[in-house]
Design a protein around this ligand. Structure first.
Ligand code: ADP
Length: 166
């Protein structure tokens, strides 16, 4: 049984993330999408909301599981019975940070491999940060995110109903 962990903030899941998940699901028996709280990044969605959005978008992929995760990644990977970590590489700009993290994780536990996957070329410009910025400014993000995520973003961005004066 070959299992892999795909960790990230997924705040929110984009079509780029989903493309990586689909590719990993074709290669591994089990893909565990591990949603990190990343509270220092002030996420737009709570960990639970982010998990639900990934669950909703990956329902048709039978070998994909979604879990919230906290703590040291290598410990989590071994605890899941997985052998590897998947990270997405969009451009050279991702490389330096990802390379450093992969080598550090290898120092911490050399049995855990890091595998880099490239998304479909049309998704290489996509990031959760940009998607949030566009949605916040009222732009259309429907081609960048799964449908359930688009709906959640619209809902989150709606201005709250103004209080009525008596
Ligand atoms: P993190 O906060 O750990 O960077 P993200 O949720 O932003 O988490 O991303 C998780 C992983 O998915 C990272 O490896 C990131 O490089 C990758 N990723 C993000 N967006 C894309 C995309 N459009 N295509 C491919 N990989 C992506």
């Amino acid at each position: 049984m070959r299992a892999v962990v795909y960790p990230g903030s997924f705040d929110p899941l984009t079509n780029g993330h989903l493309d990586v998940i689909e590719r990993a699901a074709r290669l591994f028996d089990r893909v565990i999408v591990a949603v990190a709280p990343n509270s220092e990044k002030h996420p737009l969605f709570t960990t639970e909301e982010r998990c639900k959005l990934v669950v909703g978008a990956t329902r048709r992929l039978r070998n994909v599981e979604v879990r919230a995760f906290d703590g040291l990644l290598v410990d989590y990977v071994r605890g899941c019975g997985a052998q590897a970590v998947i990270r997405g590489l969009r451009a050279v700009s991702d490389f330096e940070f990802e390379f450093q993290m992969a080598l550090m994780n290898r120092k911490l536990d050399e049995r855990v491999e890091t595998i880099f996957m490239m998304p479909k070329d049309t998704y290489t410009f996509l990031s959760s940060r940009l998607v949030k910025e566009i949605a916040q400014l009222g732009g259309d993000v429907s081609t960048f995110v799964p449908r359930n995520v688009g709906r959640a973003l619209l809902k989150r961005m709606q201005p709250s109903t103004p209080m009525r004066r008596r």
